[in-house]
Structures are given as structure tokens and as C-alpha cells.
Ligand binder design. Structure first.
Ligand code: HEM
Length: 399
């Protein structure tokens, strides 16, 4: 449920007070806020949350994401979350090389681009099972009835989660990503406890799944520690979940327009462009954090060592220095190098899986229900969990 307050935020708010945990941020006011920030400069300081720097423009965001020596990921998740309890920093997203290199290599093994054929058939089956139910209902919710179950099926299959575990994971993730700054610590603790329990169980009773494989595998002659395994599981169970739900939902919103549908039905090969333009226009993840290892200069602005920095991927995707008419969803742009998956060594490991999920849903939706349409105003989540934005519900109907 959205807790967005009615008081609207003016674009100027972003010039010195940008706080991604502020629940007044909505899909309507965020783009003028980012635009004002980009106009102010490539780097804007915020006094919120103890002070941090926001990198706003495409070129500078991309360059900073690429420069992991200057911009460490050790505190990637800490913007505003300084009060989180002490726990080992083993999540891929908050490690630097050499730990990062070792963990990433193991984690991405099953989801490399060349492995995608292992998923396509099962994924299509999952999607068509859901569409079969929708065919009976006629009126449905794109988020609850279609987008939400898919990532859980896919990730659950990789991890060897049974039905009950998938449900628990889904509930914990949704509660966690919808928590405010005040209760994020508690919801995170619950999710973390579930991950520890799952890893311990798999260490005791390894099966045929990829999590068991990670539990028993060695890299450079060393097994992963329990804390590392928990961090890895976190990457799949969380990062592979809410992001894909939001990507699928946004895509079906754009694809429901007559213009996009007509273009797709005339030439289904534009499906990949629909997916990429969705991710550029409506990136599920708006920003990620870094901290400076050394004094540095970005776009002429000096940032001292030891400071928190937010890379505003969503703002970069709407930078008109890079994209003409960035607020317009335009599938004729051709290949776009958006930053919805980040860039550099932390670029999303699940991007091939996410693209496959989105492409499969689009293909099957257009095959089954080419005349589907939205039936009412979709409910946006506003900015949640200090870095992402998606959908609570999206009523739709088939004829
Ligand atoms: C549309 C869907 C998705 C979007 C928009 C997305 C977005 C992102 C972004 C922006 C980053 C970069 C973080 C940074 O710069 O610090 C990232 C990293 C990551 N993503 Fe995704 N993601 C998606 C789907 C997935 C899926 C399906 C999985 C796993 C199955 C996944 C797992 C991860 C992991 C583990 C990382 C950390 C990578 C690293 O630090 O090296 N994501 N994702």
C-alpha cells in the first residue's frame, strides 16, 4: 500500500535536500526533480541523511560506475541506512575486488547469456500457465496476476525453492522492499534470518540445485563461507525479484498503447526495443550508492575521500544531453545504452535473465491477448526503499 503524502515536492527540493527515502517522491514529481538537479550540475550535494553527493548526468554517472577504484561499493547500500545493525558485507553489490571478482564469477555461472536457453522453455510455460488463468478471469491485475509470480518462479527454480519456500521468500522480499527507513532494519533482519536458515539447511542437505552447488563448490581451492553464501543467496532472492516485477509491469503499461501494439503486431522483432525503452524510461532501480576511496573531481566538482555518493541511474537515463526528448517513450530510438542495469564491474548479473523474462511476457501477451488494455489508473509505488520505484497494481482487461 502506498503511503505517499499529498504534499507535492517541487523540483527545487532536489537541489539541496534530495532524500531518496522520502515517500513523497512519486513517478510524476521525480522527473522534474532530476531535471532540476541535472541543470544545477553534474554533481549536486544533498544535506539529507547526513550529507551525500548525487551524480546526475549520463556521462558522469557512467564514468563513476566504471571507476570502481575511486568509487567503492563497500557502502553501496548505506545511503540513509547508517543505523543498520552490523552484519558481514558479503553481498556482491557491496563488495570490491578481489572479493567481488571471486563471488561474481561463481554467482553468474548459471545465468550467463549462453545459458539462457536453459530457462526459455520453463519460463514460457510459467507465463502461459498464468495467461490461461487470466483468460478465465477477463479482468486482471498485471502486477499481481502476471508480473509478480514470474521472477519468483524463475529464481525459485534456480535456487531449488519448493512452493512454500518461494511463497515465504516472496512475502519477506515484498515486506522488506516496502519498508521505510525506520523499520527497514527489522524487515531486513527477518529476511536475513530466512537466508541464513536456507543456507544452513542446504549445507546440511545439498540437493541438485544451484544453491547446493554453491554450498559445496570451491573457487581457488577455497569453499565459500556461510556468510558469503548468505550474501549470494540475497543477490538472487532479492535483486532478481522486485526489479523484474517492476520491469514487466512497466513494459505492459507501455505496450498497451495503440501505437506500440500496432508497431509490435506489424513487426514483432521490435520486442527487444520495447523492453530496452521501458528500462530506459522507467528503470526499476533509480540509484545505487558508492563511497569515495580518495579525493576526486567529477564534472569539475571536488568530492573528498570518504564521502557517500549516489549514482542516479534513472536521472542519467533521462538526460537530454544523451537522449533526445528523454521523457518520451520512443521505440524508434534504435539501440539505447541506458543505465538501468548499471555499468562497470557491478553491472547487473541478472540482466540476461531479466531481458528474457520481459521478452517472453511481451511475446506471449501479444500472442494471447493482443487487444488487452488497461482498465483504470495504475497505482505507482512512489520511491520505495530509498532506491526503487514500481507498481502496486495495474488493472487490465481482455476482450
Ligand atoms: C529488470 C530487472 C533488473 C534491473 C533493472 C536490475 C538492476 C540492477 C542494477 C542497476 C544493478 C547495479 C548495482 C550497482 O551499480 O551497484 C544491479 C546489480 C545486480 N543485480 Fe540486477 N537488476 C534486474 C534483475 C536482476 C535479476 C533477475 C537478478 C538475479 C537473478 C539480479 C541480480 C543482481 C545482482 C546480484 C547484482 C549485483 C552485481 C554486482 O554487484 O556485481 N538483478 N541490478
Amino acid at each position: 500500500m502506498s503511503t505517499v503524502e499529498s504534499i507535492d515536492l517541487q523540483p527545487e527540493w532536489g537541489l539541496s535536500e534530495f532524500n531518496p527515502w522520502d515517500r513523497r517522491i512519486t513517478e510524476k514529481n521525480i522527473w522534474p526533480i532530476y531535471r532540476a538537479m541535472r541543470e544545477k550540475g553534474p554533481v549536486v550535494h544533498s544535506d539529507a541523511l547526513g550529507g551525500f553527493w548525487c551524480v546526475t548526468r549520463y556521462q558522469e554517472v557512467r564514468a563513476a560506475a566504471l571507476d570502481h577504484r575511486t568509487f567503492s561499493s563497500r557502502n553501496a547500500l548505506e545511503i540513509g541506512k547508517q543505523n543498520w545493525s552490523d552484519r558481514p558485507k558479503t553481498r556482491l553489490i557491496e563488495t570490491d575486488p578481489p572479493e567481488h571478482t571471486r563471488i561474481r564469477k561463481a554467482m553468474q555461472a548459471p545465468i550467463l547469456q549462453k545459458r539462457m536457453s536453459n530457462f526459455s522453455e520453463g519460463m514460457r510455460e510459467s507465463v502461459t500457465d498464468l495467461l490461461r488463468v487470466i483468460a478465465e478471469k477477463k479482468e486482471f491485475d498485471i502486477v499481481a496476476d502476471l508480473a509478480e509470480p514470474i521472477p519468483q518462479e524463475v529464481v525459485g527454480r534456480i535456487l531449488g525453492f519448493d512452493e512454500a519456500t518461494r511463497r515465504i521468500n516472496r512475502e519477506l522480499v515484498l515486506r522488506f522492499v516496502h519498508s521505510d527507513l525506520e523499520n527497514s532494519e527489522a524487515t531486513h533482519a527477518d529476511f536475513w534470518a530466512f537466508l541464513i536458515e536456507t543456507v544452513q539447511d542446504r549445507l546440511r542437505h545439498p540437493g541438485e540445485d544451484f544453491l547446493s552447488e554453491l554450498c559445496t563448490s570451491e573457487v581457488d581451492g577455497k569453499r565459500f563461507t556461510e556468510a558469503e553464501l548468505v550474501g549470494m543467496l540475497h543477490g538472487f532472492a532479492l535483486a532478481g525479484h522486485h526489479t523484474a516485477i517492476d520491469g514487466i509491469s512497466s513494459m505492459l503499461k507501455y505496450a498497451s498503447s495503440d501505437k506500440v501494439k500496432k508497431a509490435y503486431l506489424a513487426d514483432p522483432s521490435i520486442g527487444a526495443q520495447v523492453v530496452e525503452e521501458t528500462l530506459r524510461c522507467d528503470p526499476p532501480i533509480h540509484l545505487e550508492g558508492r563511497s569515495t576511496n580518495v579525493d576526486t573531481v567529477v564534472g569539475g566538482v571536488e568530492i573528498p575521500a570518504g564521502e557517500s555518493v549516489a549514482l542516479l541511474y534513472a536521472s542519467a537515463n533521462h538526460d537530454d544531453r544523451q537522449f533526445e526528448n528523454p521523457e518520451v517513450f520512443d521505440i524508434s530510438r534504435g539501440p539505447v545504452q541506458h543505465l538501468a542495469f548499471g555499468y562497470g564491474i557491478h553491472m547487473c548479473i541478472g540482466l540476461h535473465l531479466a531481458r528474457l523474462e520481459m521478452n517472453t511476457v511481451l511475446e506471449e501477451m501479444m500472442r494471447w491477448f493482443p487487444s488487452y488494455r488497461l482498465a483504470g489508473e495504475p497505482e505507482n509505488s512512489g520511491m520505495v526503499f530509498g532506491h526503487h520505484m514500481g507498481w502496486e497494481s495495474m488493472p487490465a482487461v481482455i476482450e
